[in-house]
Design a binder for this molecule. Structure first.
Ligand SMILES: [Fe+2]
Ligand SMILES: [Fe+2]
Length: 268
C-alpha cells in the first residue's frame, strides 16, 4: 500500500497519480491489517512530482476567473480542478509521510485522496464543455507550499492543511454556488455541491486526527492549532467563516470566535 502511495506521489503523470491512488485506497480497504512499523523509508517531500502542465505562475499572474464570461468560467472550473489535483497529493502525503499511526489514520487519508480523485475527474469531464483540458491554463501552487513547510510536523500539517486550507473551501464555496445557481449553471453547481459535502468530512478528519495526535503528545488541541496558525500564517487569517459547516467539521465555538478575532485584527 505504501509503495502505491509513493508511486502516486512521485509520478508526474496525472493518469498514474489517479490509478495508484485508487489502487492504494482499494488495498487499504481490503487488507485486514496495515502494519506501519518504523522501518519504512520515506522520501523527502522535494521528490513529490507534479505534471509539467499547468504552468506554475505566481498567484497574481493566474488568469481571471470571473463567472460572468465563458472564458472566466473556463478559468474558474480549471482552477478548481487544479485545487482538487493538489488535494490528491496533499491527502496522499499525509498518509505517506507520518509513521506509526493507527491503521484508521491511513485509511481515512486514502479515503480523502480517493474523494479528491473523484472531484478532479468530475471537473475534467466538465472542462470538456469549455474545450479545455487540465493543464491548459497557468495555475499557482500555494496549497503545496504549505505541505512543504509542514513536512516534518504532523500537528502543523493537520492544523494548516485540512483545518485551514481545506476548511477555507467550506467558507467560500456556498457563495460560488449562489452565483452559479443565479446564472442557472446547474451543471457546475451540481459538481460543487458534491465537493462541498465531501469536504466537510475531510476537514472533520483533520479535527479527528489533530485531536488524536495532541492527546498522544499531551497537547491541548485548541492551543496547538492556534500556535501553528500564528507560526505559519503570521496573522494572515482570512474570514468570514462558515459557522454551520465548520461546526459540523469539528470546530468548536471557541475556535470560531478566536478565528473571527484573528480575521478582524488589524494587519501587522
Ligand atoms: Fe476535493
Ligand atoms: Fe478535500
Amino acid at each position: 500500500m505504501f509503495t502505491l502511495i509513493e508511486k502516486a506521489l512521485t509520478t508526474s503523470s496525472v493518469e498514474e497519480t489517479l490509478a495508484c491512488t485508487r489502487q492504494a485506497f482499494l488495498k487499504a480497504s481490503s487488507t485486514s491489517i496495515v502494519s506501519d512499523g518504523n522501518e519504512r523509508v520515506i522520501l523527502p517531500i522535494s521528490q513529490v512530482a507534479f505534471p509539467n502542465k499547468p504552468l506554475c505562475v505566481p498567484p497574481r499572474d493566474v488568469p481571471r476567473r470571473r463567472l460572468g464570461s465563458e472564458a472566466g468560467k473556463r478559468s474558474f472550473v480549471h482552477a478548481i480542478a487544479h485545487i482538487e489535483f493538489n488535494a490528491i497529493k496533499l491527502a496522499l502525503d499525509i498518509a505517506y509521510r507520518f509513521k506509526g499511526l493507527p491503521k484508521q489514520f491511513y485509511m481515512d487519508w486514502l479515503y480523502v485522496a480517493n474523494d479528491e480523485c473523484k472531484h478532479f475527474e468530475m471537473l475534467c469531464e466538465h472542462l470538456k464543455h469549455y474545450d479545455c483540458e487540465y493543464g491548459d491554463i497557468p495555475s499557482h501552487d500555494s496549497l503545496w507550499v504549505m505541505a512543504v513547510k509542514t513536512e516534518t510536523d504532523l500537528v502543523a500539517r493537520l492544523s494548516l492543511v485540512p483545518r485551514y486550507l481545506e476548511a477555507r473551501g467550506l467558507d467560500v464555496t456556498p457563495a460560488m454556488l449562489d452565483k452559479l445557481n443565479a446564472q442557472k449553471d446547474t451543471a457546475s453547481a451540481a459538481i460543487l455541491e458534491v465537493i462541498l459535502e465531501d469536504e466537510v468530512t475531510h476537514v472533520e478528519y483533520g479535527t479527528k486526527w489533530l485531536d488524536y495526535v495532541c492527546d498522544e503528545s499531551g497537547l491541548q488541541r485548541e492551543e496547538a492549532f492556534f500556535e501553528n496558525i500564528e507560526l505559519y500564517l503570521k496573522g494572515q487569517v482570512l474570514g468570514p467563516f462558515n459557522r454551520p459547516l465548520r461546526l459540523r467539521a469539528g470546530f468548536t465555538e471557541n475556535e470560531l470566535a478566536e478565528l473571527e478575532r484573528l480575521d478582524k485584527r488589524p494587519l501587522r
